[in-house]
Design a binder for this molecule. Structure first.
Ligand code: F0G
Length: 351
């Protein structure tokens, strides 16, 4: 049978109301790519797999939750959806709203949203509003407006987003036959770590698939869960996770603790070098935030605080590198221009 999207495949395992009317872009079903060269680079002796969520229809994992949230909103009779976003949620909400025939409004922090995300939201027809403030300010506003009006909130505070995002865990268990030993992933507003943990627990209860230990990774300049308090002015090159007050912070800490894992922070340099390593060693280009989980793993291995030997580790790489081309182009030496003839080309190649 051909693939018809996540609600069709896993709908019976998701707690969605009966009024839900499926809206799908055939999201999910993303590959779990072996990363042998990167594993060797990190010392070897363990199995490393990358769940490349950048291959979802709008280029990020957000589509898993969005198919559920927009399907519920449509079935309930909502006319408009709204979200605050560092970019990926905005693009995803806009695409699913377009497909459902709904209006979408997205609030983004001014000047800090990567080009590919903003362009997506506009292309899918969202009303895009920049807030002269942070993601956290934007989230406060959209929560308030959705409490006062029939506009439907599709941030991950919306429980159906979490339901949809649980499917990432289901897919991993279905592909591997069981849960991995460790799961590492970036943490921003903390919806994804919450959803993965819920998904693994649900599958374990149903199918005895086991539970992973969870390594959640924040950027050092935006690490409220590591510091233990909100960060007023979060700063990081990984703009997707530039969040100072995660909506599901407590659940993220619970996921780490219950699983015997932890939440750590890594520097922007560590994030960017992992982004480069993953692209150059494995051919997998992810946006900076998406490399944070692996950067955390590398950090722990280097510090000797994590013994990977014999383990099976899955890294969730949340968004595609094409979302944020500027970050690469910015540091790039301009490609050299040569005359269109063989001599000139040979001269450059032999230099
Ligand atoms: N990776 C990427 C690429 C993201 O866009 C996000 C969150 C995360 C990781 C963190 O996931 O918030 O569930 O902990 N992006 C949100 C957005 C905030 O607006 O697109 P989280």
């Amino acid at each position: 049978m051909s693939y018809r999207g996540l609600l069709d495949k896993y709908g019976t395992l998701l707690d969605l109301p009966s009024h839900t009317r499926p809206v799908s872009l055939l999201e999910g079903n993303t590959p779990l790519i072996p990363a042998e060269a990167l594993s060797r680079h990190l010392g070897g002796g363990f199995e490393l797999l990358v769940k490349f969520e950048g291959l979802n229809p709008t280029g990020s994992f957000k589509d898993r939750g969005m198919t559920a949230a927009v399907s519920e909103a449509l079935g309930r009779g909502a006319k408009t959806v709204i979200c605050a976003s560092t970019g990926n949620t905005a693009a995803s909400a806009a695409a699913y709203a377009a497909r459902a025939g709904l209006k979408s409004i997205v609030l983004i922090p001014e000047g800090k949203v990567a080009a590919g995300k903003l362009a997506g939201a506009i292309a899918y027809g969202a009303q895009v509003i920049q807030i002269d403030g942070s993601f956290d300010d934007a989230l406060t506003l959209v929560v308030e407006i959705s409490n006062k009006t029939p506009i439907c909130l599709v941030n991950s505070i919306n429980p159906y987003r979490i339901e949809g995002q649980k499917t990432g865990a289901f897919e991993i268990c279905d592909t591997l036959g069981s849960a991995p030993d460790w799961l590492c992933l970036p943490v921003g507003n903390a919806g994804n770590i919450t959803a993965y943990w819920a998904g693994f627990r649900q599958y374990n209860a149903l199918k005895a698939s086991g539970l992973p230990q969870v390594l959640g990774v924040q950027a050092a300049g935006a690490a409220p869960l590591v510091l233990g308090h909100p960060v007023e002015k979060p700063e990081t090159v990984a703009t997707a996770i530039r969040i100072g007050k995660p909506a599901r912070g407590e659940q993220a800490i619970e996921a780490a603790e219950q699983s015997g894992g932890r939440i750590i922070a890594v520097s922007d340099d560590e994030i960017i070098s992992m982004q480069k390593l993953l692209a150059t060693l494995e051919g997998i280009w992810v946006e900076p935030a998406s490399a944070a989980g692996l950067a955390g793993l590398a950090h722990e291995i280097a510090a000797g605080t994590f013994q990977p030997g014999g383990k099976r580790i899955v890294a969730i790489c949340t968004g595609h590198g094409l979302k944020d081309p500027d970050i690469v182009i910015k540091d790039l030496a301009k490609p050299r221009i040569v005359a269109p003839n063989m001599d000139a080309l040979m001269e450059v190649l032999s230099a």
